[in-house]
Ligand binder design. Structure first.
Ligand code: GLV
Length: 324
């Protein structure tokens, strides 16, 4: 009896072994065999020529040109919850299924939002640097004073899974909870006690603003000079979503002017940023290199889930992670 040929799969980076094992057990796998370096464009276009399945990362731009270069493509699996790097219209035109890795990274990403919030509010990195420079003098009453988080007002913009997890943590900190979404979600009122606000009111009332909205044509640039001007001079701005939601030049100018008081950012307009980035000249920012979901357990789970999703779609099995 003839064996059915195994489906061809292309992977844009070497993933942790358990994920590679899932793919190899099912398909004929080829990959860009690097761990840290993204695949160059020409290698990507060449690599996917025969692929029925593609497993990619947020560093890969999967646009119409890439999709056109893959005439056999049936499934794309991204190891991320966000998929703004993928041209969904071009996929849909060909009937190609897209999957992502939601849920498994929700709590880990909410933890990082809180890490940035607390670090920015309490000047954790500034304090570390001060000691490093040998400038820690005698204790004095107003030394390195920051802002309280406990008991203040937390406003989340984009109250999806991650936003809700950020809000839930706020209850333990005795915070009043506000959220802004495309539309109000009454279950957030009943389950979390969070109140809906339009964006302007949320910015005016909140002591901490955490951005967890996806990047779409509607959300791109939604935080600019006019929005930062509404924030309190004691407020903290945190972005763990996508950099282009906030205009970085406007944010830098606003932080320089002291409104908001500080920012914690995990995402940037163009990543990676270098040591010459203007935000790094400001004392009131805490920056991390897009590590929202980067715990050992969560990154392993995302990699295996991305592999499982691809295998499920290529073999016609159900998966809850199809992007609709
Ligand atoms: C990371 O940014 C993700 O979307 O999972």
């Amino acid at each position: 009896m003839d064996m059915e040929p195994k489906p061809r799969i292309f992977v844009t980076r070497r993933l942790p072994e358990p994920a590679m094992a899932i793919l190899s057990a099912f398909g004929n796998v080829s990959l860009w065999d690097q761990v840290e370096t993204p695949i160059p464009r020409d290698e990507l276009l060449r690599g996917i020529a025969k692929a029925e399945g593609l497993l990619c990362l947020i560093t890969d731009r999967i646009d119409a040109e890439v999709i056109a270069a893959a005439p056999h493509l049936r499934a794309v699996s991204v190891m991320a919850v966000g998929y703004d790097n993928i041209d969904r219209t071009a996929l849909a035109a060909r009937g190609i299924t897209l999957t992502n890795t939601p849920d498994v990274l929700t709590e880990t990403t909410a933890d990082l939002a809180w890490a940035l919030m607390l670090a920015a509010a309490r000047r954790v990195v500034e304090g570390h640097r001060l000691i490093e420079r040998g400038e820690w003098g005698p204790w004095h009453p107003m030394q390195m004073v920051g802002q309280d988080i406990y008991g203040r007002v937390l406003g989340v913009v984009g109250a999806g899974r991650i936003g809700q997890a950020v809000l839930r943590r706020g209850r333990g900190f005795g915070m009043r909870l506000l959220y802004h979404n495309r539309r109000p979600n009454p279950s957030l009122e009943t389950e979390l006690g969070a109140s809906y606000r339009n964006l302007n009111d949320l910015l005016i009332e909140s002591d901490v603003v955490v951005v967890t909205a996806p990047l779409t044509p509607e959300t791109r640039g939604m935080f600019g000079a006019a929005q930062f001007a509404l924030m309190k001079p004691t407020s903290i701005f945190v972005n763990v979503a996508r950099g282009p939601l906030a205009r970085e030049d406007d944010l830098a100018a606003a932080l320089r002017a002291g409104r908001p008081w500080a920012a914690g950012l995990d995402v940037f307009e163009r990543e990676p940023i270098g040591p010459d980035h203007p935000l790094l000249t400001l004392p009131n920012v805490v920056l991390t290199p897009h590590i929202g979901s980067a715990s050992v357990a969560t990154r392993l789970r995302m990699a295996t889930l991305a592999a499982e999703n691809l295998v499920a779609v290529l073999s016609g099995q159900p998966t809850p992670n199809i992007v609709k």
